[in-house]
Ligand binder design. Structure first.
Ligand SMILES: C[S@@+](CC[C@H](N)C(=O)[O-])C[C@H]1O[C@@H](n2cnc3c(N)ncnc32)[C@H](O)[C@@H]1O
Length: 321
């Protein structure tokens, strides 16, 4: 059946993607691929809600042991079907990965401060605090002295190692569903989105939540197109407005992506803001251009011009000449 074929393909792809990072999720995804009953259940979900990350997170939320064998996932999906379905429908994958700051901070350092940061698709806003972390970019160098924890990205290419932390004078953002760092349920869901074996990411998330709780970011609830103009007006009196986003524009449809690119290009050309984008290589084709981007890398760009190919979670970056 066509519906099942789509789900099979999605889960098979995910197994490949997860291989190496999460043996548990790889096993779960392959288990789903060979399980007619579970496939049938997944096919009853709206297409955007069938994504493995969301289904696995919902199953873990309702007790599927992870890391753990596929049988545990299967039992929860089939025996607690109404609860898992409700969670899948009510929640989204809003993984907020503060590790990405290790690839964004060198770009922020290229912008004259003080900075007024406007993050679109901010999730809980954890990436709005680049000034609260230390950084190591082995072998190129490091930036320390923030008093915060260390974020590391292996660097290749002529990385201009920042000498100072960015001076952030203002921070704000927008998300369709901003997660409140002071809300235990939202924090627990964010933690639940971290893949089972990734204890280091879980630890990093916990400390990032602590950082954000000390000064909860001001996040608007709604669509980025509706709120971006107002956010820029609020930001401008405080410093150089910088619109930034990572792993967000993929959520827009094709016309939305084009509209966003045109909007940002116009804002930059009009001197209204600087623009730091960090998205998959096919998400903003006019930014990527005809450059060869290594598979699986994000294109990190300033004002629509690529400056680095980056690991999606910020583990490494290749600075472009
Ligand atoms: C994968 S998360 C990335 C979060 C954060 N940027 C990071 O790098 O950690 C994507 C976020 O984009 C938000 N989002 C998607 N489409 C949006 C839109 N049209 N307007 C505002 N936020 C949106 C989602 O709600 C989600 O929180």
């Amino acid at each position: 059946m066509l519906l099942h074929d789509d789900v099979i393909e999605e889960y098979r792809d995910f197994a490949t993607y997860a291989a190496g990072d999460s043996p548990c999720f790889e096993e779960w995804a392959l288990g789903v691929v060979g399980d007619e009953e579970v496939l049938g259940w997944l096919a009853t979900l709206p297409p955007l809600k069938r994504q493995p990350n969301l289904v696995f997170a919902a199953a873990r939320w309702h007790g599927a042991p992870a890391p753990g064998p596929y049988a545990g996932l299967r039992r929860v999906l089939l025996e607690q079907e109404p609860e898992v379905r409700a969670t899948v429908l009510a929640r989204a994958t809003q993984t907020n990965e503060v590790g990405r700051l290790a690839t964004l901070t060198p770009v922020l350092a290229l912008v004259e401060g003080p900075l007024a940061l406007v993050e679109v698709g901010a999730s809980a806003g954890l990436c709005l605090f680049p000034d609260r972390y230390d950084y190591a970019w082995p072998p190129a160098g490091s930036l320390r002295g923030s008093g915060g924890s260390l974020l590391t990205a292996t660097a290749t290419g002529p990385l201009p190692v920042p000498h100072r932390h960015p001076e952030v004078a203002w921070r704000g953002g927008v998300d369709l569903n901003p997660l409140d760092v002071t809300d235990p349920d939202a924090s627990a869901w964010l933690e639940n989105l971290v893949w089972p074996e990734q204890d280091e990411r879980r630890e990093r998330l916990r400390s990032a939540l602590e950082v954000a709780r000390r000064e909860p970011p001001s996040l608007r609830r709604g669509d980025l197109f509706d709120y971006l103009p107002g956010l820029l007006e609020d930001a401008a009196p405080h410093g150089t407005p910088v619109v930034l986003h990572s792993a967000v524009i993929a959520y827009l449809d094709e016309p939305g992506r084009r509209r966003f690119h045109d909007l940002m290009t116009g804002l930059v050309a009009g001197g209204r803001c600087r623009w730091i984008s960090n998205e998959g290589r096919r998400v903003l084709p006019e930014v990527t251009g005809d450059r060869e981007v290594p598979p699986g890398r994000f294109v990190t760009a300033l004002d629509g011009v690529p400056v680095a190919w980056s690991h999606g979670h910020g583990h490494s970056l290749e600075w472009l000449a």
